[in-house]
Design a protein around this ligand. Structure first.
Ligand SMILES: O=C(O)CCC(=O)C(=O)O
Length: 279
């Protein structure tokens, strides 16, 4: 058995659950082999070039910014790229999430393909991801205990703009106006959210193919990529089976996937939200 095969048989331990429940995040073993990582890196190239698999339409058509330092991000890349689809619907990811959450079924909420350009020592914050809570965007969902699985497609640490989480911040509950992904002023956001809370920044240090798993309420963000190479990732946002629409709270593009007249309590259970794991 290769080392990767052994890693892909990994079972969540009580210590992993304890880490996830205490810190709001957990780092996995290597999920994907080098060949799959390379294919996902090529998928990035194709996505940004508008070269799509099949006849699907992208959820939010991507236009390359004139600013070469800007973060690139596409939601629901699985609709238009088969490699991304294979990665973000991987049952192994689903099983790890099911075990961390003690759930029987896991569905995909949506994915993201994210490219952070390397800017060397240029004084730019254009690739920053502001401190935010994912559930700050997902309040139309009945469950805040969703998980974001952030898969590194190269070795990632703070030098290339790796993500940081705020330890234990998922226990703070939903903080008002925490949908601040696009605010690139990390210091301003920190001053606002840290207030009198204990603010402990934890770098997510990952080898290529490893992933960080964070809770929907865990604050996280990332700073500049100070290398000269882009930082590439694919991200699966997942939810427990049975997660349903919470009407009248907040809009999200996914709600339109429920049909023309979504109703309170309607389950996110169509083909747009595939089951990626079931016991
Ligand atoms: O890629 C990053 O630095 C942050 C991504 C993020 O916020 C997320 O995946 O939830």
């Amino acid at each position: 058995m290769t080392q990767l095969q052994a890693e892909r048989q990994y079972k969540i331990t009580d210590a992993d659950k304890e880490t996830f429940n205490r810190d709001g995040y957990w780092i996995s073993p290597k999920l994907f082999d080098d060949a799959q990582i390379e294919r996902l890196r090529q998928a990035h190239e194709r996505v940004w070039a508008g070269d799509y698999d099949g006849d699907g339409y992208s959820m939010n058509p991507f236009r390359l910014s004139a600013n070469p330092d800007a973060l690139r991000k596409l939601d629901n890349g699985w609709w238009i790229n088969d490699e991304v689809r294979k990665a973000v619907t991987d049952p192994f990811i689903g099983e790890l999430c099911a075990d961390l959450l003690a759930e029987d079924e896991i569905r995909l909420w949506h994915d993201q393909v994210i490219y952070k350009p390397g800017i060397g020592d240029k004084p730019s914050n254009d690739g920053n991801v502001g401190w935010h809570q994912d559930y700050g965007y997902w309040q139309c969902s009945s469950r805040p205990d969703m998980i974001t699985v952030w898969v590194a497609l190269q070795d990632t640490d703070l030098t290339n703009g790796g993500m940081m989480t705020i330890l234990g911040s998922h226990k703070w509950g939903l903080i008002p106006d925490s949908d601040s992904f696009f605010n690139q002023n990390m210091e301003e956001l920190k001053a606002k959210y840290a207030a009198d809370r204990e603010w402990v920044e934890e770098p997510c240090i990952l080898k290529a193919g490893q992933a960080s798993f964070h809770h929907g309420l865990t604050f996280h963000g990332s700073g500049p990529n100070r290398t000269n190479d882009p930082r590439l990732s694919v991200v699966a946002h997942v939810m427990p089976g049975g997660t349903a629409y919470r009407a009248g709270v907040q809009r999200h593009d996914n709600v339109r996937l429920l049909g023309p007249r979504p109703y309170d309590g309607q389950k996110f259970d169509s083909e747009y939200f595939p089951v990626i794991y079931k016991r």
